[in-house]
Design a protein. Structure first.
Length: 528
């Protein structure tokens, strides 16, 4: 490769001679020199500057034309010379002001100004080889904070670090509410070319990234920030996972107290509640999700609250929150049809649990209709909804409709056989057996109860599980209606025996009543 210094010296010598020979064209020659210099930087890759060829050619072209005007007017009639000189100066002033304004705005405004407007940046390229800030296997909610532009505190005229204030606040929040979060503030991080927030978050194994800056509409005492989370599309009812937050704090203390950070707090408390819900700690889940709701009301957080109350046997509050969640999904733009469908189905299931079959059918049918027409519907949710509809119709002894929806569920489940857990099939066969029993199709009922038992034995290792008690009881009842005394007694005794196993005592009274009834039906005395 040629030595760039020799090239530069040669160019400067040529320009010097040209300027001395034609002094009236010195501006044009200088611009040509700048153009050549930039070409050399690009060609020899001197530094990290990326040249914006199109804007530079336009600017150089305008200035070159202006210089030609100046040269021509000095060799023409005095009447046209002033007009042409005026044009040239207008062009000069316009271009110079444009360059000065671009430099000023690029430095004081958005860091990506040059990249977006001109196609180049004065900032160094991003280092693609970085050491992740967090471990990939860490189950904590991991938050990465990048330095904010410093903003001026109005009362004391003092420069404060908003990124540090935020990181300190989140750490204190973690201690106060046991949120299981980890916060890292990359205090020395510098903006770089082609910085992409989501990729940077993923490369650092973070769940949430927060970063801020000053811009024209975010100055003085305002603090602006953006954030990106791995779960925003569901947690926030948003199609895009990228959000913009803004606060107008009058002091650093207001920002530390959480002003303008409702979205961030929502995410933290939502995640903490989700973890507690998955652990089965429903009272803790309610506490965290209530805190999340105080910061931002969304369909997902209301759904979790409804399910937590449902699992806590508070059916009244569960229905209230399911209805609120449904309204939220119906009114939040853009409408999330999949979650709207699932929420209708949730309401249908809880109404079925309190024997409100008309409401159950109303919401389940609406949910199924949405799932069937949604272009990317969830086949598993659809199968489950068919199963629930079949159960409701079966309980009302509307047998044709019950069998119709069970058939639809069976078709989908068998199509997904390799990805569906055995427990799902066991539940399906059990519900189908109960429905056939409600419709007095006892042979079919027996068939599916026996299939249920066979399926349970494939995935339940504990043979004393309460699930076997329910299945043995259903089989005994079916044999009773078929007048098969021997098998009826065999299975009711198996169910009775399992009620003495630790954890199954709650079913003992019910099974004992069924046992007494069965022996009485066959005119037999039950053994002690």
């Amino acid at each position: 490769m040629e030595d760039p210094k020799k090239k530069l010296n040669g160019i400067f010598n040529i320009l010097n001679k040209a300027i001395k020979k034609y002094p009236s064209l010195k501006h044009a020659w200088l611009l040509v020199g700048v153009f050549v210099l930039m070409w050399l930087i690009k060609y020899f890759e001197i530094g990290d500057v990326i040249i914006p060829w199109k804007p530079i050619l336009i600017v150089i072209g305008l200035l070159f034309v202006a210089s030609i005007f100046t040269f021509v007017t000095r060799h023409n009639d005095k009447r046209i010379r002033p007009a042409l000189i005026g044009v040239s100066y207008v062009i000069y002033v316009t271009v110079v002001l444009f360059i000065i304004g671009a430099i000023y705005f690029g430095i004081t405004g958005k860091p990506k100004f040059y990249e977006k407007v001109f196609g180049f940046s004065l900032i160094e390229p991003c280092d693609t080889k970085i050491e992740p800030a967090f471990s990939k296997v860490d189950s904590s909610y991991k938050i990465l904070i990048l330095p904010f532009s410093q903003y001026r505190q109005s009362e004391k005229n003092k420069m404060v670090d908003a990124g540090k204030i935020l990181s300190d606040r989140l750490r204190a929040l973690n201690i106060d509410d046991l949120l299981n979060i980890k916060v890292k503030y990359l205090e020395d991080f510098k903006q770089c070319v082609n910085f992409e927030e989501r990729s940077f978050r993923q490369a650092n194994n973070a769940n949430l990234i927060i970063f801020g800056w000053q811009e024209n509409d975010c100055n003085g005492t305002k603090v602006c920030y953006k954030y990106d989370s791995d779960s925003i599309s569901y947690f926030m009812n948003a199609k895009s996972g990228f959000n913009f937050g803004r606060t107008q704090s009058s002091s650093a203390g207001d920002f530390y107290d959480g002003e303008g950070q409702e979205d961030i707090d929502y995410l933290l408390y939502f995640h903490a509640g989700k973890i507690e819900f998955e652990r089965g700690h429903f009272s803790n889940a309610i506490y965290y999700h209530k805190k999340a709701e105080q910061n931002k009301v969304t369909g997902p957080v209301l759904t979790y609250l409804a399910c937590s109350y449902q699992n806590s046997n508070d059916t009244g509050l569960a229905i209230q929150y399911h209805i609120r969640a449904l309204k939220e999904f119906e009114t939040t733009e853009p409408i999330d049809f999949l979650n709207l469908a699932v929420q209708n189905c949730n309401l249908g299931v809880i109404y079925a649990s309190v024997d409100s079959s008309e409401n159950a059918k109303k919401f389940l049918l609406k949910g199924v209709s949405l799932l069937e027409t949604y272009d990317k519907y969830d086949r598993f949710n659809l199968a489950e909804s068919y199963l629930n509809l079949g159960s409701v119709y079966g309980k009302d002894t509307i047998c044709d409709s019950a069998i119709f929806y069970f058939g639809k569920a069976k078709y989908l489940l068998e199509a997904m056989n390799s990805t569906i857990e055995k427990s799902v099939f066991a539940t399906f066969y059990s519900n189908l057996g109960v429905t056939y029993a409600n419709c007095n199709y006892w042979d079919s009922a027996l068939k599916y109860h026996l299939i249920t038992l066979s399926t349970q034995k494939q995935y339940i290792q504990d043979t004393n599980s309460y699930e076997f008690i329910i299945t043995y009881n259903n089989i005994a009842k079916t044999y009773q209606r078929l007048n098969d005394t021997s098998n009826a007694i065999t299975f009711i005794e198996k169910a009775w025996e399992l009620t003495f196993h630790p954890g199954n005592e709650i079913l003992r009274k019910v099974i004992n009543e069924r046992r007494e009834h069965l022996y009485k039906h066959f005119n037999m005395k039950s053994p002690k």
